[in-house]
Design a binder for this molecule. Structure first.
Ligand SMILES: C[S@@+](CC[C@H](N)C(=O)[O-])C[C@H]1O[C@@H](n2cnc3c(N)ncnc32)[C@H](O)[C@@H]1O
Length: 268
């Protein structure tokens, strides 16, 4: 799991009922994504919805809207929300949530898909910029966000900071979960970093009490905030806010994630 953000299950090997076009979030992942607690707990969902509602000054667009975990409650507050999402299996669940039937969803890739309209805010939360695993692709996400924004519009990203300070020389792996269940099974997770290519692979091992288990891997690309600032500049945007969390606290050397907001030129 990318550090700093609680992740529900984000990985699945393709199973019989899964459509490969849904990428890493096919039906077998989507069916558990909205399980109560974790990332769906009200104390996790409400703070981003509060901040996004405050930043919205007109229609907003969520890249990688998923099952509407954030978009639906934001729409329920009266904000006009559109979304772009790669996985049909994830998007199919948006309308089931309060507010979700008001969210206009387009199936597509956030690096290239355009939707009609000009937005006051484009946002991309829960580490999902890192699902785009090339620098070129991440730059295209910034450019696509800027292309959807009106002058002075905002692009917000929430993403974990890479745990590079936890890597001593010669080590490439950082554990994030060691949770034996006491019955012989448990859950074990570790991230593997390639500091040359900026590839980050999350590894999840779930073991049943009988010793059988499942191993899942998902690829990410990490980028330091400064690299994202350059991507924003390539896309014609400038940094406006950088916070350590949704409480708008200051980013420090101990922060595990950042929330950054860039602004398009107000006069073009
Ligand atoms: C961790 S989930 C986050 C979903 C939602 N934003 C949330 O906060 O719950 C990541 C989502 O990003 C979608 N996704 C990944 N890469 C994408 C891409 N290139 N374009 C559009 N959606 C993408 C996945 O299908 C998945 O639904």
């Amino acid at each position: 799991m990318v550090p700093g953000v609680t992740s529900a299950s984000v990985i699945s090997e393709a199973t019989g009922g899964d459509d490969p076009a849904d990428g890493w979030f096919p039906e077998s992942v989507a069916e558990d994504y909205d399980a109560p607690g974790g990332a769906n707990a009200p104390e996790v969902v409400t703070p981003p919805v509060d901040v996004l509602e405050d930043l919205a000054d007109g229609p907003v667009l969520e890249f990688a809207v998923g099952t509407g975990r954030i978009a639906a409650p934001l729409a329920a507050r009266g904000v006009r929300v559109s979304g772009i999402e790669l996985s049909r299996a994830m998007a199919a669940r948006i309308a089931d949530k309060p507010g979700g039937d008001a969210v206009e969803v387009t199936i597509g890739d956030m690096t290239t898909t355009r939707v009609a309209g000009q937005f006051s805010l484009v946002y991309l939360v829960f580490n999902t910029i890192s699902n785009v695993t090339t620098q070129d692709g991440q730059v295209e996400v910034f450019r696509n966000a800027a292309a959807h924004l009106r002058p002075g519009g905002l692009f917000l990203i929430e993403v974990g900071l890479p745990s590079l300070r936890r890597l001593p020389p010669g080590q490439d792996t950082v554990p994030f979960a060691i949770a034996p269940d006491g019955d012989g099974g448990g859950y074990f997770g570790f991230d593997q970093y390639d500091v040359v290519t900026q590839e980050l692979t999350s590894n999840h091992i779930t073991v049943s009490p009988d010793g059988t288990g499942r191993f899942r891997r998902i690829p990410f690309r990490y980028a330091w905030p400064a690299e994202m600032d350059l991507m924003a500049r390539i896309a014609g945007m400038r940094l406006k806010h950088r916070w350590a969390d949704w409480d708008r606290s200051q980013l420090t050397a101990e922060s595990t994630k950042h929330i950054s907001v860039w602004e398009t030129n107000p006069s073009t």
